[in-house]
Design a protein around this ligand. Sequence first.
Ligand code: AP5
Ligand code: MG
Length: 191
Amino acid sequence: MKNIVIFGAPGSGKGTQSDKIIAEYGVAHISTGDVLRGEIKAGTELGKTASAYINEGKLVPDSLIIDMLAVTLDAKGKDIPGVIFDGFPRTIAQAEALNEMLAARGEKVSVVIGLEVDDEELIKRIIARGKTSGRADDNEETAKKRLNTYYSQTLPLKDFYINEGKYAKIQGVGTIDGIYADIKKAIDAAE
Ligand code: AP5
Ligand code: MG
């Protein structure tokens, strides 16, 4: 199985490139952001708790996310060629939990696709998307908070995965197809 982590700041293109990876490799998509927005829409307790964090550009607590991820992963079943994890892990604790969850299933992370995009471009993309996305966190003020959260809590994972020999640095600025071509090379090179 190919278990791919797509990693990068808010607006770096994780969702956009996940769609292309899914179309080519048939892997199952797990976007923790999408799952949380589904919970908010459904008005669940988890959704109510999560929306307070999301609207402030903060991370939802690890314990809630890790439990939610385990349920989502189990629901995908065993007949899948792999999973693309989009927006997860976002903390060292989540990365360690993912390694344990996959090991318990006889699996591992194959590769981490690290989309690298400058801050100015990220903010520009999020503001542009905010005109149509309906996402409460797609505005300049919250985008800046999301970026701060990314640098303080999520970026340390880059070194975590470099140490594991799994980090593939991808230049995330350019055409969507050009970026995808680099991603495909990194996926095909991974075990
Ligand atoms: P989440 O939904 O994961 O959002 P995010 O990481 O902030 O990233 P986005 O979805 O905004 O961007 P993206 O990288 O997918 O880029 P996209 O392809 O859309 O998380 C939201 C919140 O949920 C978090 O802040 C947190 O509160 C909570 N949360 C989620 N997971 C969590 C976790 N594991 N732990 C704790 N809390 C969690 O592209 C962006 C835009 O740019 C689009 O409009 C796109 O069309 C455009 N674009 C894409 N590629 C290009 C390109 N090459 N050139 C120009 N434009 C492009
Ligand atoms: Mg996304």
